[in-house]
Ligand binder design. Structure first.
Ligand SMILES: [Zn+2]
Length: 190
């Protein structure tokens, strides 16, 4: 009786705990997850990196929600799944050397430039930081803040990025920035 050789297919077949990308015809490992739906966040589909990106591009996580509803949803979601970040605009990464409005450059001086009397002179450093995070420029309305927030949150939601750590950091930054600007008395309530 001859000894059987190991079946070569057994070695290439996925182990039971490994998932295969769900994209049709793709045989890569499904290492990245994407939620089925907003109200079914614990049920996932699994894809390779390329296909999770494709899937997320087609799927608008926040379709039909306004900015406040999105924020509320994110907070509720984040509270039980991940540590909550502090409210009020604290950002990770140490001191900021940026001058978001470029005022120092305009003045050409190391000194504080004379304030432009267009309302922006009232902005706090935290508010200026937040504007930079949300890629907004002065003058600014609440409507603009909300719509930019909604845009960025779609792009950077960790669930839309396969749970990537970098996306999660960016996402926290965006949420903190939105909290800051939403609470600001300096921004026009238009
Ligand atoms: Zn794939």
């Amino acid at each position: 009786m001859s000894r059987r050789r190991a079946n070569p297919l057994a070695e290439t077949a996925p182990k039971p705990f490994q998932k295969i990308c769900e994209a049709p015809g793709c045989r890569l490992h499904g290492e990245f997850r994407a939620p089925l739906a907003r109200d079914r966040l614990t049920e996932y589909r699994w894809f390779c990196l390329e296909h999770v990106r494709e899937y997320n591009k087609k799927w608008d996580y926040f379709a039909g929600l306004d900015a406040d509803a999105i924020e509320q949803h994110i907070r509720a979601d984040t509270t039980w799944r991940r540590p909550v970040w502090p409210l009020g605009g604290r950002r990770s990464g140490g001191p900021h050397l940026h001058d978001p409005l470029g005022l120092a450059d305009d003045a050409g001086l190391g000194e504080k430039p004379p304030p432009k009397m267009d309302g922006s002179e009232q902005l706090t450093p935290a508010e200026r930081d937040a504007m930079q995070v949300l890629e907004l420029s002065w003058p600014l309305t609440r409507a603009e803040v909300k719509s930019r927030y909604k845009e960025l949150v779609k792009l950077h939601h960790p669930d839309a990025n396969g749970g990537a750590r970098s996306a999660e950091e960016k996402f926290k930054e965006i949420n903190a920035a939105y909290s800051t600007l939403r609470a600001s008395e300096n921004i026009r309530t238009v």
